[in-house]
Design a protein around this ligand. Structure first.
Ligand SMILES: C[S@@+](CC[C@H](N)C(=O)[O-])C[C@H]1O[C@@H](n2cnc3c(N)ncnc32)[C@H](O)[C@@H]1O
Length: 181
């Protein structure tokens, strides 16, 4: 992600967060010589430990719009941890003009193969909780959805018709971007 942001603007500041130590160690290695990007270990379910972290505060300017990408992660948050409340907490921390990008596994429309995969993941060490379009859309409450709204990932600004394919719903993952007014 920092490659894309810093290609557009070499001064772009990027903060990565993951609760998996190996993922963080790998990111730290990749970012060794990058003064404008950092990674640290924290849990999405503890917003204060991320929003208040020294690295976040040093790197990001909360007086200017921020892009928050929580890609393919909220489906690892069970209902017991109240993902809607968590999303609301992150939305509230962002300044006006910020963007929120999310993607999320869904069971709304999927073939048998994907359903089997989700069932396997549900029973794994990192269980997945698929959510409906309505549940996913609620994570953007108060934000204006950017065109084309909530769609299956292949339908979000595809570069060619081949990217979308015949059955984008088989991705079983919703994607959307919202802008804070
Ligand atoms: C499917 S990967 C997506 C990674 C990245 N966002 C991407 O799109 O390439 C999900 C990541 O979320 C991390 N993760 C799962 N639960 C988390 C949590 N509660 N807090 C922080 N990270 C979490 C996992 O360790 C994993 O690296």
């Amino acid at each position: 992600m920092h490659e894309i942001a810093q290609r557009a603007n070499p001064e772009a500041k990027v903060v990565y967060v993951d609760n998996e130590p190996v993922a963080v160690a790998h990111s730290e290695l990749l970012l060794e010589n990058n003064p404008n990007a950092v990674a640290f270990e924290a849990d999405l379910r503890d917003p204060d430990s991320i929003l208040g972290h020294d690295k976040t505060r040093k790197m990001l300017d909360f007086d200017r719009p921020i892009g928050l990408l929580s890609v393919a992660v909220y489906h690892f948050i069970p209902e017991a941890d109240d993902p809607l409340a968590l999303a609301a907490r992150y939305r509230a921390a962002l300044p006006g003009g910020s963007f929120l990008a999310l993607s999320h596994v869904t069971e709304d429309s999927m073939g048998d193969q994907v359903r089997q995969l989700v069932d396997l993941m549900r029973a794994s060490q990192n269980p997945v909780t698929p959510r409906t379009k309505a549940q996913f859309t609620a994570m953007f409450d108060g934000f204006d959805l950017v065109e084309p709204g909530v769609v299956f990932t292949p339908q979000w600004h595809p570069e060619s018709p081949e990217d979308v394919g015949e059955r984008p719903q088989d991705s079983a993952v919703y994607a959307a971007v919202g802008r804070k007014p």
